[in-house]
Design a binder for this molecule. Structure first.
Ligand code: DGY
Length: 326
């Protein structure tokens, strides 16, 4: 009998085909997120559950598992899974680190440049036939070259964002729990500072922390108040790192020059008033959305599935799983 793999949502063909060579697949290709009941039913049926970061895999769902060996999350973040509850039942949890940071850094830069030069409104204006000829004040933006970039969370993605800033001759400040090794700081030309200094001194503040109990709402009204009124906030991390209501209020009052969000507090819902703002760029969580990267992520999921089915420790167990195992 083939092992059973439940794939909870749309998944790249290249990895599905790979899984099909060894497994019976139950595949939700509808594009609709499964309900909690449906997820539980899949957890009960499967040897491996392949999940989206929008699937909330909590203790109640995990308790329904019978022979589940692995929950393989299709994404680098894994705050949607109760890792402790999975560990209790000896169910491995994996994610897809190391393969999406360059793509997410590219998008972060698209957002920085898009905000600074009003790319989306300018495109809209031109399409609408409003362009009547060159104008000295038409869509005046602000420079990126030579400005100060504040990177909050200098892990894989934060570093890839900072590396790109070298080409823009920016001063890079970063903040996280631990200082980077000196040679890494040197290579990135980045300076370790406390959060307040970063917020006060940066022209562009970009967020790259995972969502944890420490980072939840780390950017709220007080932190926004510390930023320069001419500064921009760029957010590609996890929605709840920012208090979206406070951000909408600040943008309404012109307290910040603008913000670009790829993730939202109550994703996929937008916070009231957000869509009406004209100093915001809003994207539908597409940080890792290049064909190459989404395929690579999916193939890494398949590798983890095969590791687990072969009885080997999967190659990208989430941080925190192992410590609890000892
Ligand atoms: C992740 O992997 O956590 C990303 O947000 C997906 O785009």
């Amino acid at each position: 009998m083939k092992p059973k793999v439940a794939v909870t949502n749309v998944f790249p063909d290249i990895a599905l085909e790979k899984l099909k060579t060894r497994c019976e697949i139950r595949y939700n290709e509808s594009g609709r997120s499964l309900t909690a009941d449906e997820l539980a039913e899949n957890a009960e049926w499967a040897d491996v559950l392949v999940t989206y970061l929008s699937d909330k895999i909590d203790a109640a769902i995990i308790s329904r598992a019978k022979q589940l060996k692995l929950i393989a999350n299709y994404g680098a973040g894994f705050n949607n899974i109760d890792v402790a509850a999975a560990r209790e039942k000896n169910i491995w949890v994996t994610n897809t680190p190391g393969v999406l940071h360059e793509t997410t850094a590219d998008l972060t830069w698209a957002m920085i440049l898009g905000l600074a030069r009003q790319i989306v409104p300018a495109d809209q204006y031109t399409r609408e036939g409003k362009f009547r000829g060159w104008g000295a004040k038409l869509f005046l933006g602000t420079d990126v070259y030579g400005k100060t970039l504040g990177v909050i969370g200098c892990g894989e993605i934060g570093k890839a964002v900072a590396r790109r800033a070298l080409g823009f001759n920016m001063q890079v400040l970063y903040h996280q729990r631990d200082q980077l090794p000196l040679e890494q700081e040197k290579a990135l030309n980045a300076k370790f500072v406390d959060l307040n200094t970063l917020l006060q001194d940066s022209d562009y503040v970009t967020l790259h922390v995972p969502l944890t109990e420490y980072t939840k709402y780390m950017i709220g009204a007080l932190e926004i108040e510390m930023m320069k009124p001419s500064a921009y906030l760029i957010h590609t991390a996890r929605g709840k790192v920012v208090d979206d209501k406070a951000l909408v209020e600040a943008l309404k009052k012109g307290r910040l020059a603008g913000a670009a969000l790829d993730v939202f507090e109550d994703e996929p819902e937008l916070t009231e008033g957000m869509a009406e703002l004209d100093n915001i760029l809003i994207l539908p969580h597409i940080g890792s959305a290049s064909t190459e990267t989404r395929d690579t992520m999916a193939l890494l999921v398949a590798d983890n599935v095969f590791d687990a089915l072969d009885g080997n420790r999967p190659r990208t167990l989430v941080p925190g799983w192992e410590e609890k195992a000892t």
